[in-house]
Design a protein around this ligand. Structure first.
Ligand code: NAP
Length: 343
């Protein structure tokens, strides 16, 4: 039986930020959904994922993906429940992962948006995890670790933004491979979590080492034999400090450079460190590698279900909380995967 009409609420992208994102970059709008067409489904979004990449799309600067257009619904990954279907492949009540955006309901055409709508099995793990450890961030960790860094047992690996959605998975998978793992994170609470709960060997609170020299010195204390692999999420002086401690032929995976997302300049100040170490530095974007998603997803979901991959979520409540939560994510206020609960 149909439940029309549905009262949708959504955030539009309203204004380009100057540098720091402000809440007036977003505009709230209501709409009434009275029907869907043949071939369409209507999804009630339960969780919205907030991700650093959204900042890059709120800009006209050159990027690997198209910019978000003004006056369109803010893009974003979601999980939710199909509430109406006029598509033969979907039934009301099924749970799906899609890019449903910053809104309560997502009206979608699965046949033309095939890659973005996947049915998910929520019998063993909560649906929200498909936006985190067993979703895009987890797959990003899996790809950078396995396909770029490829660390051997006994090697020393460093990962920045270590308590976050990507970094927490990187470190846990690297520990499972027999590496010595050092995280870098902001604040003692995050560092304690990384070591005591996630099982990293050490974690450096970069806020206690606010420049290249002091951070490099601390890294040298914790990795006296040097660093073999670095998973970069941040950039800036943190990257400079790690580069100074690389071993010959070390590998660096550039996953993200969040310290510069507001447009701040984050140069590499000592490129000689790359020459001296003969390091390989590789940038990557996970959506370029859709071929590995099924394998990575299956492994990550299994690991979460078996309790060998630990995850943490920061959940803000209600669609209206999304702008503040997003601003917080860009400033490190999140602790674990940042989500917005929509039901
Ligand atoms: N290449 C790809 O395909 C791909 C895919 C997904 C994500 N990423 C990148 O991966 C990185 C992590 O993403 P995530 O989703 O896992 O986010 P997250 O780590 O859960 O959250 C972002 C974290 O970045 C840290 N941070 C923010 N500003 C910082 C600064 N100026 N200096 C140092 N640290 C800062 C904060 O942690 P602290 O409190 O510890 O500072 C914050 O909690 C981001 O750079 C993102 O763009 C890349």
């Amino acid at each position: 039986m149909s439940g029309f009409p549905y009262m949708n609420r959504q955030y539009l992208f309203d204004k380009y930020p100057n540098a720091v994102v402000t809440s007036d970059c977003f505009k709230l709008q209501d709409e009434v959904i009275t029907q869907i067409d043949d071939g369409e489904i209507l999804v009630r979004n339960h969780y919205l994922s907030l991700d650093p990449y959204m900042r890059g799309r709120m800009s006209k600067a050159k990027n690997y993906a198209a910019a978000q257009e003004l006056n369109t619904v803010m893009q974003g990954g979601t999980v939710g429940e199909v509430v109406e279907s006029k598509h033969p492949g979907f039934r009301a009540g099924e749970t799906v992962l899609c890019t449903g955006g910053w809104q309560l309901y997502f009206r979608a055409s699965p046949s033309t948006e095939n890659n973005h709508i996947r049915k998910i099995d929520v019998s063993r793990i909560p649906m929200s995890v498909y936006l985190g450890a067993a979703g895009m961030p987890g797959i990003t960790a899996w790809y950078g670790l396995n396909k770029i860094l490829n660390p051997k047992p006994g090697e020393t690996l460093v990962v920045s933004a270590a308590s976050g959605a990507v970094g927490s998975v990187v470190g846990q998978l690297a520990k499972q491979k027999g590496c010595r793992v050092i995280g870098i994170a902001g604040g003692p609470e995050k560092c304690d979590y990384v070591v005591e709960i996630l099982g990293f060997d050490d974690c450096i609170d970069y806020k206690a080492y606010p420049d290249t020299e002091t951070l490099s010195h601390e890294l040298k204390q914790l990795a006296p034999n040097g660093i073999d692999a670095y998973y970069e999420n941040v950039g800036g002086y943190i990257m400079d400090a790690v580069l100074e401690n690389l071993n010959p032929f070390a590998r660096v995976a550039i996953c993200g450079l969040i310290a510069g997302y507001d447009g701040r300049s984050i140069p590499i100040n000592n490129p000689r460190a790359i020459l001296v170490s003969r390091a390989s530095i590789t940038g990557f974007i996970v959506s370029d590698h859709l071929d590995i998603w099924p394998q990575a997803l299956a492994e990550l979901a299994e690991a979460v279900a078996n309790g060998v991959l630990i995850f943490k979520e920061s959940v803000s409540i209600g669609l209206e909380s999304a702008p503040e939560a997003f601003l917080g994510l860009l400033q490190g206020h999140n602790f674990g995967k940042q989500l917005v609960k929509l039901v």
